[in-house]
Design a binder for this molecule. Structure first.
Ligand code: PEP
Ligand code: MG
Length: 532
């Protein structure tokens, strides 16, 4: 391996940046260092480890020493050591020389070569936000379900991701070539040339299809039998508004405001900062309605420690069933009113709708009304201009779906959060890959609740939207149309595909198949086939 490094060093052309030569020298030095090689030999002789295991064990010992170093520069050299050991392991495995690519990120920057994907045990939704500037072309995690917020943010970044692979971070090595097939939920490591070519072909096809679909951007979503369907966007950050408009969204159906509260080292955004963020979305949507959801922190989106009381949200027994969403807001009325003020103020700049997550009890919505009344009167006293703001609730807890008739008089609109509705109906943690196979949107209980909420809300003359992942998945488009849904909210990248499906649908025909879909599990499966 040392010979290979020497050869690479000698082959460097004059155009190669001088840092690359230096990097190769460092790797050569590390590869010959006794702290690595002699000690690995010791593990082999004393413990009878095989060579690969001995190197990995010694890497762990040295990595801990690097972690303890005070000097940040030296601490970061751990990466070089990991790359050297990675190269040794490849050599031991008889794999072909990976050339420059094996020099890791530094060399890639120099060579401007391969795109990067991130393979990690877990990535928090907050961390995902940090990657929105396009550092990575894909993600793979060991942990997480398809509707976990990490997966949702990856989807909104419109890049391939596979979550819940369990072992990927252990099995995939630095500089492996990987194919991430997000549609199939599959990861292929070091594919054969023929498989790689097949996927390159599929990638080109997908790009062509996307270009073709983008022509539907300004086409209205109207079914074959003349039913208009509203196509809204889900966004996480104010800067997403532009992409929503470009994708042809008629408004924002879900602005997950909690992402403004993350990655802030314990500091909550002040009212003014929130106002500017909401206003930016409202202005960015150029007169189209914007639905701002009040913070939905908790579960897989915890806030930093110092927010909302010392350690208060740490180590909770079951975060999905704990202090989440509106429960958190009502327990922090000062912060809640601050958010309400910022949202109401933004309504002076364009149409705003206020959406409350995870309502379970009637008194929760009554308390929201009280908070709103107080904030409105404060703003009126200060002669602050506000627009007309409608109030809606998310139906994501089965209890709320079941008491919908008593909630409806208190709200202007309903938005169904199927991600959570499925989680709480089927008792499946949506972020837990070990029960991902039980996360079943076709379960008759889920379909029954969905149909009931859509029917009852429409009968009350109020608008109803689905903003969970089901809305953006073409597998469910016809079923939701059959139930009477006429408002869908999804990631901007999904709008064109779903719209195409809607343009080809006949709601009258679909509605006639709904009865059988709802009556039994077998029929549900059969009807699902029939519908598609
Ligand atoms: C949902 O639960 O379906 C939803 C849209 O909200 P979130 O995914 O942010 O929990
Ligand atoms: Mg939810």
């Amino acid at each position: 391996m040392a010979e290979e490094l020497i050869r690479l060093r000698a082959d460097l052309t004059d155009e190669a940046p001088p840092e690359l030569g230096a990097l190769l020298d460092v790797h050569l030095m590390l590869a010959r260092d006794d702290a690595l090689c002699e000690s690995a030999l010791h593990w082999i002789q004393e413990r009878r480890y095989n060579a690969e295991w001995a190197l990995s064990a010694q890497l762990e010992v040295l990595a801990r020493q690097f972690d303890d170093m005070e000097d940040e520069y030296l601490r970061e050299r751990k990466v070089d050591l990991e790359q050297v050991v990675g190269r040794m392991l490849s050599t031991l495995a008889g794999q072909e020389s990976p050339g420059m690519a094996a020099m890791g990120q530094g060399a890639r920057d120099f060579a401007g070569a391969d795109p990067l994907v991130l393979v990690a045990a877990d990535i928090s939704p907050a961390d995902m936000l940090g990657f929105r500037d396009g550092v990575f072309k894909g993600f793979i995690t060991d942990i997480g379900g398809k509707t976990s917020h990490t997966a949702i943010v990856a989807r909104s970044m419109d890049i391939p991701a596979v979550v819940g692979t369990r072992e990927a971070s252990r099995l995939i090595r630095q500089d492996d070539c990987v194919i991430i097939d997000g549609d199939a939920g599959a990861v292929i490591v070091n594919p054969s040339p023929i498989v790689l070519e097949e996927y390159r072909f599929r990638q080109r096809q997908a790009e062509l299809e996307r270009a073709r679909l983008s022509r539907l951007r300004h086409t209205r979503a109207v079914t074959l039998d003349g039913q208009s369907v509203e196509m809204l966007a889900n966004i996480e950050l104010p800067q997403d508004a532009q992409g929503a408009v470009e994708a042809g969204a008629e408004g924002v159906g879900l602005f997950r405001s909690e992402f403004l509260f993350m990655n802030r080292g314990g500091q909550l955004p002040a009212e003014e900062e929130q106002f500017e963020a909401y206003k930016a979305v409202v202005m960015g949507m150029q007169g189209r309605p914007v639905t701002i959801r009040t913070v939905d922190v908790g579960a897989d989106k915890p806030l930093e420690r110092s927010l909302g009381g010392e350690g208060r949200h740490d180590h909770v027994l079951n975060p999905a069933l704990g202090m989440r969403a509106i429960r958190w807001s009502l327990s922090e009325p000062g912060m809640f009113r601050q958010q309400l003020r910022a949202i109401l103020r933004a309504s002076a700049h364009g149409p705003v709708r206020l959406l409350v997550p995870m309502v379970t009890h009637l008194w929760e919505i009554k308390q929201v009304h009280e908070c709103l009344a107080r904030v409105r009167s404060q703003l009126a006293d200060g002669q602050v201009a506000i627009g007309h703001v409608e109030l809606g609730i998310m139906i994501e807890v089965p209890a709320a779906a079941l008491i919908l008739p008593s909630l409806l008089p208190w709200v202007d609109f309903i938005s169904i959060g199927t991600n959570d509705l499925i989680q709480y109906t089927l008792a499946i943690d949506r972020a837990d890959e070990s029960v991902a196979h039980l996360y079943d949107p076709w379960h008759p209980a889920v379909l029954g609740l969905l149909e009931q909420v859509i029917r009852q809300t429409r009968a009350a003359g109020k608008s109803v939207c689905v903003c969970g992942e089901m809305a953006g998945d073409t597998l469910f488009t016809e079923t939701l149309l059959a139930m009477g849904l006429r408002s869908f909210s999804m990631h901007p990248a999904q709008i064109a595909t779903v719209k195409q499906r809607i343009l080809r649908a006949d709601t009258a025909r679909l509605a006639s198949t709904l009865g059988s879909l709802l009556t039994s599990e077998q029929l549900a499966a059969a009807s699902a086939q029939e519908l598609h």
